[in-house]
Design a protein around this ligand. Structure first.
Ligand SMILES: O=C(O)CCC(=O)C(=O)O
Length: 297
């Protein structure tokens, strides 16, 4: 029996709430993205899509094998697994889907390519914080000349204040790139600047249900707190660069390579579990490698 599922997508900034029957980038959605620096899309992934993706991350040993820790400077750690090429498994189908890659192309106004994907794992009662930063604070240093980069962060588990949901400073992408420097085991935005911006801009906790996603500009300031709850908080993040912004230096993420988009139906149809060619990051070779993060407290 063919089961057709109708998904109602709701996209919203925290202030504006709108609903559409398909994930269409309307002029209003584009305007909100450009003004706020982000939009939240409810049901970006359907429940069966989330379950399938989560199962792959939980059960495929390759994801476990490449997982590493990020210190938060406050005796807690967050776990991450990161790869450079989307590949042909279900996580690759999501990253290459029309609703992910196609939506980002429409929001950015041109061709994009896959820069990397990662699973951000905050375990119950232990997952560490991520300091205030702009993604472009890092990506600038990798020879990406323009802030023409975008990130989609999708909840795999409920993301709440208690388990360390993403927090954003609305409109902060308009500040341009802020200096970033090492803080604890991470690299973060200049905190004096962030303090000043906190007085001027709205600070939102982006609470999400599994399958909801926030799509945000690479200069949007964001942060997340330690997971103090008994509930795990895993999220899937996909970063894209614009083809015309191809990095001018070799670094640990890829230069332009064509992203082969697939229809949204490919996510549930995908049966492939072979992860070869994804280019998992060997954290010991990355410029942010922190050997301290691998030690037990
Ligand atoms: O997973 C988190 O809490 C933070 C993720 C993040 O900041 C990022 O992907 O840039």
């Amino acid at each position: 029996m063919l089961c057709v599922q109708l998904t109602i997508f709701t996209w919203t900034t925290i202030k504006h709430r709108r609903t559409s029957e398909d994930l269409e980038v309307t002029p209003a959605m584009l305007k909100d993205f450009q003004e706020a620096g982000y939009v939240v899309v409810r049901n970006m992934l359907s429940a069966p899509e989330v379950e399938k993706l989560k199962r792959e991350f939980e059960e495929n040993d390759e994801f476990k094998k490449h997982t590493f820790n990020i210190n938060d400077g406050e005796h807690a750690k967050m776990m991450q697994v990161c790869w450079n090429y989307p590949g042909n498994d279900v996580s690759g189908m999501v990253a290459r889907s029309e609703k992910y890659a196609g939506t980002c192309e429409k929001l950015m106004g041109g061709e994009i390519y896959h820069y990397h994907s990662k699973v951000m794992k905050k375990e119950a009662l232990s997952g560490g914080r991520i300091c205030w930063h702009q993604d472009y604070g890092y990506w600038y240093k990798s020879g990406n000349l323009f802030p023409d980069m975008i990130n989609i962060f999708t909840a795999l588990d409920p993301c709440t204040r208690e388990n360390g949901c993403l927090q954003v400073l609305e409109g902060s992408h308009k500040c341009g790139r802020i200096d970033h420097a090492p803080v604890g085991g991470q690299v973060g935005a200049d905190l004096e600047r962030v303090e000043q911006l906190l007085k001027k801009l709205e600070h939102h906790y982006v609470e999400m249900q599994p399958g909801d996603a926030i799509i945000f500009h690479c200069n949007l300031l964001h942060v997340s707190s330690k997971n103090t709850s008994p509930h795990r908080r895993w999220a899937f993040a996909n970063a894209y660069n614009m083809a015309r912004n191809n990095s001018v230096v070799d670094h640990h993420h890829p230069k332009y390579n064509k992203l082969h988009k697939v229809p949204n139906s490919a996510i549930l149809e995908c049966q492939n579990t072979d992860l070869s060619g994804k280019g998992f990051l060997d954290n010991t070779k990355a410029d942010w490698y922190d050997p301290e993060a691998e030690k037990d407290e």
